[in-house]
Design a protein around this ligand. Structure first.
Ligand SMILES: [Zn+2]
Length: 319
């Protein structure tokens, strides 16, 4: 009897150990994925993806499957937000570009800018189709057809299990040369997208040369999209104060000119209030010092900088 009980206990122990091991594996695969900055490619093994995705997601996204039409009703309601890759979180489509195609699969007429999706020719099943994959993790998402509504005439026919609807917020900061500022926000967990660009001036679609000529009034700035469930606006403000000297007027170190000014461009009344309170707190940390010159103003139109400026520091500088 004793040996029977001992055997039972050992069986349960090994069962619990195995279950915990699987759980740990799933957690470590997810931790590995989450440690990769959002602007970098994701390369995981099939084994790792199996631990992160549901069996249905794995079949569609990693084995190029197709879910049955009308199998997922959750996106039929007209919810607002950003549709991201269900595997890696890469933002793919704005809910504004979603339309009712009647096909039973979520359909969009435009992908988000910045090469978020990749189009690959698919000759399987005796057809020539344009396959759509996630540009960050290469997961299969669906196909794109030329029978969509204007203005693009495209129909991105996606698998619902390959998408997740998220509500992101925007923040915009100017703190000197945008290369370094963008790199700092790129490394921040919860930041899903950053764009280096120009804002706060009076010329439409300015070029880098125009902005550097100090005649357009624009500041070099970084527009940050973030998941408020992971990182708060307050945490982004704290980072903003940490990465530059807000007491230098129209310069940061060797970079001199109004295009290098310190500024917070706010996207809501709440952000304006938080930014002003945060500036006061920062000021009070060193009362005798030169006053903080950071301007805090509602965000005007933002113009993305030329492609070669995007993620420049992480692409050109050794870490
Ligand atoms: Zn992805």
């Amino acid at each position: 009897m004793k040996s029977y009980l001992l055997m039972m206990a050992m069986t349960w122990l090994s069962f619990i150990q195995a279950a915990c091991g699987q759980k740990h594996d799933a957690a470590s695969s997810r931790a590995k994925l989450e440690a990769i900055p959002m602007h970098e490619k994701v390369r995981l093994s099939d084994e790792e993806w199996r631990k992160i995705l549901t069996p249905e997601q794995f079949a569609v996204m990693r084995q190029r499957g197709t879910e049955p039409a009308f199998s997922n009703q959750c996106f039929n309601v007209h919810q607002k937000g950003t549709f991201v890759c269900a595997a890696c979180g890469n933002p793919l489509f704005d809910s504004e570009t979603k339309f009712e195609s009647g096909t039973g699969w979520p359909s969009f007429n435009e992908a988000l800018s910045g090469e978020r999706v990749k189009i690959v020719q698919d000759i399987s099943h005796g057809m020539i189709r344009e396959e759509v994959t996630c540009a960050r993790c290469d997961s299969h998402l669906g196909h794109v057809f030329n029978d969509g509504p204007p203005p693009t005439g495209l129909r991105y026919c996606m698998n619902a299990v390959a998408l997740k609807l998220m509500q992101f917020e925007k923040a915009t900061f100017a703190a000197g040369c945008f290369w370094g500022v963008q790199a700092a926000f790129d490394e921040t967990k919860g930041v899903v997208k950053t764009t280096a660009g120009y804002t706060g001036g009076h010329v439409k679609n300015p070029t880098y040369e125009q902005v550097c000529s100090h005649t357009t009034g624009h500041a070099e700035a970084v527009e940050v999209e973030f998941d408020p469930a992971v990182v708060s606006y307050q945490q982004l403000l704290d980072l903003f104060w940490d990465i530059h000297d807000p007491r230098q007027k129209n310069r940061q170190g060797p970079d001199i000119g109004d295009n290098y000014r310190s500024a917070i461009f706010t996207h809501s009344a709440e952000q304006q209030t938080m930014a002003e309170a945060s500036k006061k707190r920062e000021e009070s940390k060193a009362p005798g010092k030169t006053p903080i010159v950071t301007e805090i103003v509602p965000a005007p139109e933002f113009y993305p900088a030329e492609a070669y400026h995007q993620h420049y520091k992480s692409a050109h500088c050794a870490r």
